[in-house]
Design a protein around this ligand. Structure first.
Ligand SMILES: NC(=O)c1ccc[n+]([C@@H]2O[C@H](COP(=O)([O-])OP(=O)(O)OC[C@H]3O[C@@H](n4cnc5c(N)ncnc54)[C@H](O)[C@@H]3O)[C@@H](O)[C@H]2O)c1
Length: 316
């Protein structure tokens, strides 16, 4: 069946890859984005196959017809961007999600929320299962994002309990790949861009803190399986790659893939930066039969190739 699907945040990194998959399978896609961090360049290759609406989801939604599904990805994802206007970021996760939930309730359509591993904060439990309630600073500089996303989850589960809305909550762990914003400070794009420009790689803290990195293709596959599964999904579902690497290991791998062996430059850790992150993905395996398949080396090579072709190496 050809579905009519609303993707918010569709001009961003993950949203544009999701739209590629939806268009490829023949769905009718409407993308809402306020272009705060996304760009029309990310969707230029499918622009004539989708409808694009420039709109901020914190405002009442325009009349766009009936949808079968809503994927809500609208929200700046990197600290550099979400801290520019923290109140707007918080509103995006609360007012924006409220607007979309009202639409899902009215139209009786499914809604998938792009939540985040940031709901676990700086975790005392490692690795993190969905049952862990997290350790989040409610008043720090990252709170607009972390608590906003937690508030969004609260709204989703209350709409499910009160009104029977079918919700899917994907807790996304670090995801990387082509079309990441080269300037938004996320570690994979930062390292790749610095290495390609032969500038020292900025490592925060000692570099011993760890993260797990999921390639974008794997993540989007998880999104689609989660939205499509006929099984009852009772709670949030972690989507991420469980292989863990320290920042020092990542830096070494990036240098290997660019072929530029640039030195490291150490700087102080940002406030509330989690020391370790790694998903338990048993729920995604059980419900969706999903596990990531792209190894870090393969994903990094593809991302390095993308930046080589799309970045003006001499521009900085
Ligand atoms: N990439 C990751 O590793 C990661 C990890 C965890 C969660 N997420 C979540 O996934 C989603 C997509 O992340 P991304 O990496 O593609 O980020 P991104 O910044 O590239 O994309 C976000 C998109 O949402 C748009 N947007 C932001 N606020 C909006 C608003 N109020 N109204 C309309 N559009 C708005 C932006 O312009 C952008 O196109 C986000 O919700 C993010 O929190 C991403």
């Amino acid at each position: 069946m050809r579905k009519r699907i609303l993707v918010t945040g569709g001009a961003g990194f993950l949203g544009s890859h999701l739209i590629d998959r939806l268009v490829a399978r023949g769905d009718d896609v409407v993308c809402i984005d306020n272009l705060q961090t996304g760009s029309l360049q990310n969707i230029s290759h499918v622009r004539d196959q989708i409808a694009f609406v420039e709109h901020d989801i914190i405002q009442p939604l325009p009349e766009l017809g009936e949808f079968h599904e809503i994927f809500n990805l609208a929200c700046p994802a990197s600290p550099v961007h979400y801290q520019v206007d923290p109140i707007h970021t918080f509103k995006t996760s609360v007012f924006g999600v409220l607007n979309l939930l009202e639409l899902a309730k009215k139209q009786n359509c499914k809604i998938l929320q792009a939540s985040t591993s940031e709901v676990y904060g700086d975790p005392f439990v490692h690795p993190q299962p969905e049952s862990y309630w997290g350790n989040v600073n409610p008043i720090g500089v990252r709170s607009c994002y972390d608590e906003g996303k937690r508030g969004a989850e609260t709204l989703l589960f209350d709409y499910a309990r009160m009104y029977g809305v079918t919700i899917k909550v994907a807790r996304i762990f670090n995801t990387y790949g082509p079309r990441m914003d080269s300037k938004d400070g996320r570690v994979v794009s930062n390292f790749i861009v610095q290495s390609l420009r032969k500038k020292p790689l900025t490592v925060y803290g000692s570099g011993e803190q760890s993260r797990s990195f999921c390639y974008v293709e794997d993540l989007i596959e998880g999104f689609l399986l989660l939205m499509d599964t006929p099984k009852v999904v009772q709670g949030p579902v972690n989507l991420g790659n469980p292989y863990e690497f320290t920042m020092l290991e990542l830096a070494q791998k990036v240098n290997m893939h660019t072929g530029n062996h640039v030195p490291l430059k150490f700087e102080a850790l940002p406030q509330d930066d989690p020391k370790q992150r790694k998903p338990v993905i048993e729920e995604a395996q059980r419900l969706l039969n999903w596990i990531p398949s792209v190894l870090l080396d393969e994903g990094l090579q593809r991302t390095v190739d993308y930046f080589k072709n799309n970045l003006s190496i001499k521009s900085e």
